[in-house]
Design a binder for this molecule. Structure first.
Ligand SMILES: Nc1ncnc2c1ncn2[C@@H]1O[C@H](COP(=O)(O)OP(=O)(O)OP(=O)(O)O)[C@@H](O)[C@H]1O
Ligand SMILES: [Mg+2]
Length: 236
């Protein structure tokens, strides 16, 4: 199974302060992500899932604790080192796709490739997400599921070590959500890229190798799944 640690966090906390009000989003959380796994993060709204993912991906800083990527302490990185970390090591996928509307599907992917030091072929990633036929379409000419598959292609085109997906199926209907999950599973199987998927949907955790459960800014349970299901086999 997956044993080698890729990205891990020790004792990370995050407190947001707005005016007089403080909100503790993460409380001394430890977490380990293993190379090649699909890890699902489950938890109710406000439990700190996105906060955790954003800190792991170098988009936000924790108030306490350390984060290690392949043994390097990224919590001590300068802003420039952090930018390179985000560019070269991390692929992000968001609920709302976040494609640039004035660029075609292919151009969205090309743009991401340009900021990476070792990008993959556009044709290769388009094949993985099964979107070869709509490369010249603008985002508004694509369905939600197609936009999300282009967003996944864009994330993977940088050739990152890990895909961080924040509710990638949150805006999609049942069948389209399954198709997007299928795309993520296939990319994990073909490339052995590590994949973290945040979801509200407990059924989605059946496709993961491991699931962690969050509540009130803490991880309270972890479950291993010896036999992950295919997205086509799960129901919700
Ligand atoms: N930029 C911010 N400023 C202030 N408070 C924030 C900020 N981002 C998150 N929070 C607060 O931190 C807590 C955790 O938020 P977070 O977005 O991590 O939750 P989540 O588990 O991703 O929820 P959801 O499932 O709704 O996306 C919430 O109480 C939220 O209001
Ligand atoms: Mg969130």
């Amino acid at each position: 199974m997956h044993t080698s640690k890729l990205l891990w966090a020790e004792g990370i906390s995050k407190i947001y302060t707005i005016g007089q009000i403080q909100c503790t989003a993460l409380r001394k959380t430890d977490l380990e992500i293993r190379k090649g796994e699909i890890l699902c993060i489950l938890g109710p709204s406000g439990s700190g899932k996105s906060t955790l993912l954003n800190i792991l991906g170098g988009m936000s800083l924790s108030d306490t604790g350390k984060i290690f990527f392949q043994g390097q302490d990224i919590s001590s990185y300068t802003a420039n080192q952090m930018a390179l970390y985000r560019r070269n090591k991390i692929g992000f996928v968001f609920q709302s796709y976040n494609l640039i509307p004035s660029l075609t599907a292919k151009e969205n992917i090309e743009l991401a490739r340009q900021i990476s030091s070792k990008p993959l072929d556009v044709s290769q990633v388009l094949e993985w997400v099964n979107m070869q036929s709509k490369t010249e379409h603008f985002p508004m000419q694509l369905s939600g599921g197609e936009q999300q598959r282009i967003a996944i292609a864009r994330a993977i085109a940088k050739n990152p070590e890990i895909l961080l997906c924040d509710e990638p199926t949150g805006a999609l209907d049942y069948e389209t959500g399954k198709l997007v999950l299928q795309t993520l599973v296939e990319i994990n199987q073909k490339t052995n890229k590590t994949c973290v998927i945040i979801t509200h949907n407990t059924a989605v955790s059946q496709i993961a190798h491991r699931t962690i459960f969050m509540r009130s800014g803490q991880i309270y349970e972890e479950r291993l799944n010896e036999c992950p299901a295919l997205p086509s086999e799960i129901q919700w």
